[in-house]
Design a protein around this ligand. Structure first.
Ligand SMILES: *[C@@H]1O[C@H](CO)[C@@H](O)[C@H](O)[C@H]1NC(C)=O
Ligand SMILES: *[C@@H]1O[C@H](CO)[C@@H](O)[C@H](O)[C@H]1NC(C)=O
Ligand SMILES: *[C@@H]1O[C@H](CO)[C@@H](O)[C@H](O)[C@H]1NC(C)=O
Ligand SMILES: *[C@@H]1O[C@H](CO)[C@@H](O)[C@H](O)[C@H]1NC(C)=O
Ligand SMILES: *[C@@H]1O[C@H](CO)[C@@H](O)[C@H](O)[C@H]1NC(C)=O
Ligand SMILES: *[C@@H]1O[C@H](CO)[C@@H](O)[C@H](O)[C@H]1NC(C)=O
Ligand SMILES: *[C@@H]1O[C@H](CO)[C@@H](O)[C@H](O)[C@H]1NC(C)=O
Ligand SMILES: *[C@@H]1O[C@H](CO)[C@@H](O)[C@H](O)[C@H]1NC(C)=O
Ligand SMILES: *[C@@H]1O[C@H](CO)[C@@H](O)[C@H](O)[C@H]1NC(C)=O
Length: 753
């Protein structure tokens, strides 16, 4: 008895030794990586099908790799871009770094913009694991992608002393990073100085760089990066760009029904989630190999490698898996972490015992499961309560109760209510995305349609500010301000519920395709007056003056009657602002941004006046505030408007319809108003109140007896037949932290105060 047990043990150990040594020799089993007869490697890079070198070796022209043999080792290229490696859903390409360098007089000594293109209709997109990075101390970079994904993002990096720069931190001081939109296939980037051409910081920062690259591969080394003459080459070598690929231009189901699905045996088809149409094939669990080529994926023999199976006893390979068991005479589950294998003791009623154990165990398991779910549910309730408190629910209740206007206008929604309203935050309910979060369309129980803004995570110190904001906003009651209906504090991040404004943003109407018949001179003046009125009210009529900070055409929403409603105000307060912390981020929009506020960091309500001036200029000229396609002179609308006015060319830049419908005196007066709003020193700008008075004066002239009510109605009837975009926040709330085509961007809060 004893002998035989030892014998088993010996055999068992022996077999283990054997499997280990066998697995080491056969672990690299040859599989078909490429089509038969095709080159498997170019230099160090393995080229798996659907990629391939030479005719007949790739699935479609996009996947053709050229191997340049003039290099040693040889280098593979795809569409002129050097490939570094290829995996089953991504490949990496060699980076390019845009740069600009200055001498101590501020003359530019080096300027390299970068254009990278994966192919307009290609199945490749830049992975969202890339970041767009700018390093420099006086610089901004624009990052222009295809119009298709509405993506001009920007980054500003500032600093005035080497000491401010923190190694490893890209939050706007010396280094700025933004994420990139989904579906991007090409981009252009160049860098420019914010002001002084590096003259004041030249000693420690002569150059500025911008590039896209895999986030994990880049670490910012502070000032030593600025001074490193090899920075471009080093970054090119160490920070690749990650590219997502899919094949075909059909989804799995479309390809299947068209009979062109390229996935072989033991694979599954995965629909593209990269922003382009297409699919990938992937080996099933427990299989490996080449999913695109016959004979498809092969079973992995887990038993060959002791690290890929947990068996202690006998491992039996099965298709797609394995089973563990014990040798004869032993009992147990054969698992290393389980009951393993123990010698059978014939005197001990093992089977009965284990049966008993089994049912006992089952009962215990049931009990535990029951307890688990009970506890989990209670935990969820607890968590919600905790979040409510953490998000300042109590504080809010207190505040709301202590103000005169009580709960009638503001509601604290429950998490469930909003989940239901948005169909559990379904993708198809998304109205827009922005730096602060995502806006969903929601339908409440009482069938009211609302817009629900889901913030990003914020830290606890911001809560009180957030609460203040909510309290202020609920006290604001103005026809031309988007109404905040309530909020929800039970969720991890605060949710804000706004009235739903159906007719899109002013930006869409000014710059959108198609002729906007309603945008007459009179209606432009009306929208301007309404917006000005709301701003004036925010600046003076509320108990705490509210400075909007981000007035732009994308933040003016229009309702069914084309009445203007200012949106998103105070939203910037949702972003941490803490002047003692340089790492915090605040939003502003390049092109609308008050230069004085930018340079002195002194925020006052005149900054809104400046932005409003830009908005007026936009309404009058139909031009974008910042247009990188134009010449230097015309790039910034504010500057261009002022120079044109000075040089008596005003009527050339105004929109023809405005010139036709407005009188000479009106146009001259409103141009002077724009000029005053755009004064560089805030003291010289008018207050919003004055702006309103002047605009209202101008409107009186416009309301000719023949152009009043009746005309309006006609216009509106005309318009009702026009399809209008209903995604109200589509432009103002852009992609995660990059910003929209109107150039919103991120910059550090320390420049603000
Ligand atoms: C490679 O492909 C050929 C033909 O498609 C097939 O006969 C062969 O078995 C494959 N080899 C491996 C190792 O899968
Ligand atoms: C690439 O190949 C060269 C020689 O062909 C070799 O020296 C080098 O180590 C290889 N690099 C990698 C990353 O495999
Ligand atoms: C290989 O690279 C060299 C150097 O960049 C270039 O001159 C040559 O045209 C390339 N050859 C091919 C076949 O692309
Ligand atoms: C560089 O700056 C110096 C001093 O401001 C100036 O005299 C010189 O003309 C500039 N050179 C160029 C090429 O612009
Ligand atoms: C881009 O903007 C246009 C209108 O401004 C909108 O219709 C379109 O859906 C946007 N595209 C994306 C991908 O956001
Ligand atoms: C910076 O350089 C540009 C181009 O050389 C020049 O037009 C601009 O006036 C310079 N700005 C300052 C503040 O020196
Ligand atoms: C930042 O990193 C550089 C290079 O890695 C190093 O020389 C420098 O001492 C670091 N500075 C700080 C403040 O850690
Ligand atoms: C960077 O690389 C280029 C080309 O490979 C080379 O000509 C240049 O000298 C390098 N620059 C530095 C500073 O090493
Ligand atoms: C999909 O690709 C095929 C061939 O690659 C092409 O003929 C077809 O027009 C494409 N369809 C779309 C919708 O792009």
């Amino acid at each position: 008895m004893k002998l035989s047990r030892n014998l088993y043990l010996f055999l068992f150990l022996f077999s283990l030794v054997i499997t280990v040594s066998v697995s080491q020799t056969t672990i690299t089993k040859a599989t078909n990586v490429t089509k038969p007869g095709c080159k498997r490697q170019c230099g160090n890079v393995t080229i798996p099908y659907p990629f391939g070198i030479g005719p007949g070796c790739f699935t479609s022209d996009w996947f053709e790799i050229t191997c340049n043999t003039t290099f040693n080792p040889h280098k593979p290229f795809i569409g002129g871009l050097e490939i570094l490696d290829i995996s089953d859903s991504t490949f990496r390409i060699r980076n390019k770094v845009a740069s600009k360098c200055y001498d101590q007089h501020g003359n530019i000594t080096e300027n390299n913009p970068v254009f990278t293109n994966l192919g307009w209709t290609s199945p490749f997109t830049f992975s969202q694991r890339n970041r767009f990075t700018l390093i420099g101390c006086d610089d901004f970079a624009l990052f222009v992608g295809p119009e298709q994904v509405n993506s001009t993002s920007g980054c500003i990096a500032l600093c005035s002393r080497p000491g401010e720069v923190v190694n490893g931190s890209c939050s706007g001081v010396g280094c700025c990073q933004t994420s990139i939109p989904k579906g991007m296939k090409y981009y252009y980037t160049s860098v420019s100085s914010m002001g002084a051409n590096h003259t004041s910081i030249w000693s420690f920062d002569p150059c500025t760089y911008s590039f896209m690259g895999e986030k994990e591969r880049f670490t910012f080394n502070g000032v030593s990066d600025f001074l490193d003459p090899n920075f471009r080459n080093r970054t090119r070598a160490s920070v690749p760009i990650l590219v997502d690929w899919v094949i075909g231009n059909l989804s799995c189901s479309e390809a299947t029904s068209a009979g062109v699905l390229g996935c072989q045996a033991n694979t599954q088809c995965i629909d593209s989630n990269t922003g382009v149409q297409g699919y990938r094939c992937s080996c099933n669990q427990g299989y490996q190999g080449q999913p695109y080529l016959d004979p498809g994926c092969q079973d992995i023999n887990e038993c060959e490698d002791p690290n890929s199976n947990p068996c202690e006893g006998i491992c039996t390979n099965t298709p797609g898996g394995y089973t563990c068991s014990c040798p004869d005479g032993y009992v147990g589950d054969g698992l290393k972490n389980g009951r393993a294998c123990v010698a059978e003791n014939s005197h001990f009623p093992v089977i009965k015992f284990s049966l008993g154990m089994g049912s006992g165990f089952l009962a215990v398991l049931l009990g535990i499961t029951w307890l688990y779910f009970g506890v989990k549910k209670r935990k969820l309730i607890k968590l919600r309560e905790k979040l409510f408190q953490q998000n300042g629910g109590l504080l809010l209740k207190q505040r709301i109760m202590s103000t005169d206007r009580s709960m009638d206008s503001t509601k604290v929604f429950t998490a469930e209510e909003l989940e239901k309203a948005t169909n559990n935050y379904a993708e198809d309910r998304i109205l827009g995305r922005g730096g602060y979060g995502v806006v969903y369309k929601g339908i409440l129980n009482d069938q009211r349609v609302v817009a629900i803004k889901k913030s990003r995570v914020m830290d606890e110190t911001q809560i009180e500010q957030f609460i203040n904001e909510v309290v202020i906003l609920t006290q604001v009651n103005h026809r031309n301000v988007v109404k905040l209906l309530g909020c929800c504090l039970e969720s991890e991040v605060p949710l804000l519920v706004y009235e739903y404004v159906s007719n899109g943003t002013l930006l869409d109407h000014i710059h959108g395709k198609g002729v906007m018949t309603w945008l007459s001179w009179e209606n432009r003046l009306r929208v301007a007056t309404e917006s000005a009125g709301a701003l004036s009210y925010l600046h003076s009529a509320t108990s705490t003056p509210v400075i909007h900070r981000d007035i732009k055409s994308a933040n003016i929403l229009l309702d069914d009657n084309y009445t203007a409603k200012i949106a998103d105000f105070g939203a910037s307060r949702l972003v941490p602002i803490d002047q003692t912390q340089v790492t915090t981020l605040v939003q502003g929009t390049l092109g609308y941004l008050d230069p004085e506020y930018f340079h002195t960091s002194q925020l006052n309500e005149k900054s809104d006046v400046y932005s409003f001036g830009v908005l007026l200029a936009e309404l009058l000229t139909g031009r974008k505030p910042l247009c990188m396609d134009r010449t230097d002179e015309e790039r910034s609308l504010a500057t261009y408007f002022i120079t044109s006015l000075k040089e008596n060319r005003l009527f050339q830049i105004l929109e023809p319809r405005v010139v036709k419908e407005g009188t000479l005196e009106q146009l001259q007066e409103i141009a002077q108003l724009v000029k005053r709003c755009l004064e560089l020193t805030s003291d010289e700008r008018p207050t919003m109140k004055e702006v309103v008075i002047q605009l209202e004066g101008l409107r009186k002239f416009t309301q000719h007896p023949w152009a009043s009510q009746h005309g309006d109605e006609e216009n509106e009837n005309l318009l009702n037949t026009e399809p209008e975009p209903s995604d109200l926040y589509a432009v103002s709330m852009d992609l995660s932290s990059g910003f929209s085509k109107d150039g919103s961007l991120i910059y550090p809060a320390n420049v603000l105060r």
